[in-house]
Write a protein that binds this ligand. Structure first.
Ligand code: SAM
Length: 217
């Protein structure tokens, strides 16, 4: 039987094509460049989303008319800046970050971009911080990009606090190629996929490490 994805394991994208797409569709201005470069400059892991994914988040959230967004995993504020730029006047992003140094660098990057009024960065474990956001909901979108062991918990929280028609987005849905491994960590990420697929209208896009998108019915 033919594979349901006849191109499984293959990609037409080359590094040059991805760079071209980023130049044409996701060009950096000085503020995005600063936030993108910050992890390398400040000795942080350079594990931010790529430019094409960041711009995808911005376009998707703008099309949704998102006003209230939660991000789990701030790092240096690069994806937060793309998200903040999607928000209309009065819109807000709450971004959660466990590492105080990452949060400090992100705050500087967002201030340099003039986005500090639209973004609140909270420092601590997302599991502890999420209950503090509940009074600001319901939310239009929740973007997960932190510890993968926490995704099941964050997904359940999102199911309770997203508005109908809101979006759950999760990066690293392929768990760094380990999704199908026999390990408790991989099993937890699969449970996240399966629960979200039951509760949302979902699609999993084959970005470099998979982007799960769920539409709350
Ligand atoms: C992949 S990076 C986020 C990248 C960012 N979204 C971007 O694209 O610019 C993951 C971040 O999540 C943070 N993190 C890890 N576990 C966390 C937790 N339990 N709660 C909050 N943040 C966490 C890490 O310190 C790291 O800064």
């Amino acid at each position: 039987m033919a594979d349901r994805d006849s191109r499984a394991g293959a990609t037409y994208a080359t590094a040059e094509i991805l760079a071209y797409a980023a130049r044409v569709h996701a060009a950096h201005d000085a503020a995005l460049e600063r936030a993108f470069a910050a992890p390398d400059l400040f000795g942080m892991p350079a594990i931010q989303v790529g430019a094409n994914e960041g711009r995808f988040l911005e376009v998707l959230l703008r099309a949704l008319g998102a006003r209230r967004v939660v991000e789990v995993g701030t790092l240096a504020g690069y994806s937060a800046l793309w998200i903040a730029r999607a928000l209309p006047e009065g819109g807000h992003l709450w971004s959660l970050e466990v590492d105080a140094k990452h949060a400090a660098v992100a705050r500087e990057n967002l201030a340099a971009a003039g986005a500090q009024g639209r973004v609140t960065i909270l420092v601590g474990k997302a599991q502890d911080l999420l209950p503090r956001l509940e009074g600001h909901g319901p939310f239009d979108a929740v973007f997960l990009d932190a510890d993968k062991e926490g995704y099941v918990h964050y997904g359940r929280w999102a199911a309770r606090h997203l508005r109908r028609g809101g979006l759950l987005l999760a990066d690293n849905a392929f768990f760094f190629s380990r999704l199908l491994e026999e390990s408790p960590e991989a099993a937890a990420v699969r449970l996240f996929h399966e629960e979200v697929a039951r509760g949302f209208e979902t699609a999993c896009l084959p970005t470099p490490d998979g982007l799960l998108v769920g539409f709350r019915r």
